[in-house]
Design a protein around this ligand. Structure first.
Ligand code: XIL
Length: 384
């Protein structure tokens, strides 16, 4: 067991980087040389030029990213970068209810079909996100759903969508973000229309419908807020574990847990031992694990790009080195590939207005230290 240190490497790094970054602001006449601020001299050197996807494949793993039709169809550089770096893609929007369901009696598969065709023609795996969620629900849904039609709505949606892609899908996020301890239920379930109008069995029912529609697809429960050593994340890990144990005990056809992994560069409360233990508890339920939406928020980091990129890279490396040590982990997807299209520009913008930099490629599709960190994590991962 590695010797316990008072501060983790990243906490030390973050402290020194922030200290030196603020000192350099005070002595602005001196050129700010980020290399002098990195006491741990982590160089994030990645060997060779091989793509992350190929490095993952060598270890029996998959790497990919979330994409949307708008950006992928309009930017050849993004398309080329996805083709080069990824072996799997997931639609950021196009398989959610608000895209798929213009009315209660119709489906529009065109945007998602375009992405499925992109995956097929580029030899990429294609995963589905997400069949049951409390967000991205069309206005007609909220006006229509009630305790008499909710089960039928769930059955029709999942059956139609899963059958449409049967044989061409790697895995489905069947249910997304069903746990929310702030809602106060003893089982930790989020108070959603699904829970309200079907009851707590809606999760089991959703997985059974999906398995019936495509017996070959890997069926995933996906959630966030599981990663850090905080009381909230610890409580949510327990609630998710209980949910999965309950589902498995009933023979529910569930095959994996998706851990979204939306990390924060300024969050230093990551306990590798505790998280490794959580991952092995999930694996002990005979479940695989996918890191489904990883990115690193840099909203509260120093504005200097060299400092920010180093902290973001360290966050990726420290987290993924733990994650990829767990043999049940089979895939890692970043929620986007280039900073140019990250959702965090809208959802977690920096107060200073600087462009956020949470992903492996910058806004000009150039590899960043985050790319090196992810590449190194796969290079150092145990062979599957
Ligand atoms: C986000 C998209 O990236 C945004 O563009 C959209 O406006 C909202 O949804 N967890 C999830 C994803 O499971 O579906 C969310 O995607 C990000 C958080």
């Amino acid at each position: 067991m590695a010797k316990k240190t008072l501060f983790t490497r990243r906490q030390t790094l973050f402290f020194w980087l922030s200290t030196f970054a603020s000192l350099s602001l005070l002595t602005s006449k001196n050129a700010f040389n980020p290399r002098q601020i990195d006491p741990l001299s982590r160089k994030f050197v990645a060997s060779g030029n091989m793509s992350i996807g190929k490095r993952a494949l060598i270890k029996g793993l998959s790497y990919g990213a979330a994409v949307n039709k708008n950006s992928l169809s309009s930017n050849p550089q993004l398309a080329a970068s996805i083709d080069k770096e990824c072996v799997i893609i997931v639609p950021e929007w196009e398989l959610k209810w608000d895209f798929l369901r213009p009315t209660s009696t119709s489906f529009d598969f065109r945007p998602a079909d375009w992405l499925a065709e992109f995956a097929r023609t580029h030899g990429l795996l294609f995963r589905g996100h997400t069949l049951v969620w409390h967000e991205a629900l069309p206005t007609w849904f909220v006006k229509t759903i009630n305790s008499h039609n909710a089960r039928q709505l769930l059955l029709e949606h999942i059956t139609t969508v899963v059958k449409h892609y049967a044989g061409n899908i790697h895995s489905w996020d069947v249910v997304n973000e069903a746990i929310n301890l702030q809602d106060g239920r003893s089982d930790g379930l989020r108070k959603t229309p699904w829970l309200q109008f079907i009851g707590r069995d809606y999760i089991e029912i959703a997985f059974c419908i999906a398995a019936e529609a495509d017996p070959k697809a890997m069926l995933v429960y996906n959630d966030y807020g599981l990663e850090y050593d905080t009381p909230e994340h610890e409580a949510k890990r327990k609630a998710v574990l209980n949910l999965l144990k309950n589902l498995k005990s009933k023979g529910t056809p569930i095959h994996a847990l998706g851990i979204q992994s939306h990390l924060s560069g300024d969050e230093t409360r990551f306990n590798s031992d505790k998280f490794q233990k959580f991952l092995s508890e999930i694996a002990s339920l005979d479940l695989k694990i996918l890191i489904t939406e990883i990115d690193v928020k840099d909203k509260n980091l120093p504005v200097d790009i060299k400092v920010r990129d180093r902290i973001v890279a360290a966050t990726y490396e420290d987290y993924l080195s733990v994650v990829l040590n767990e043999p049940a982990v089979i895939a890692v997807l970043t929620w986007g590939l280039s900073d140019r299209y990250t959702w965090l520009s809208e959802y977690q913008p920096r107060r200073d207005g600087a462009r956020v930099r949470p992903l492996p490629l910058d806004a000009n599709f150039k590899r960043k230290l985050a790319w090196n960190a992810i590449a190194r994590a796969f290079d150092n991962a145990p062979q599957r």
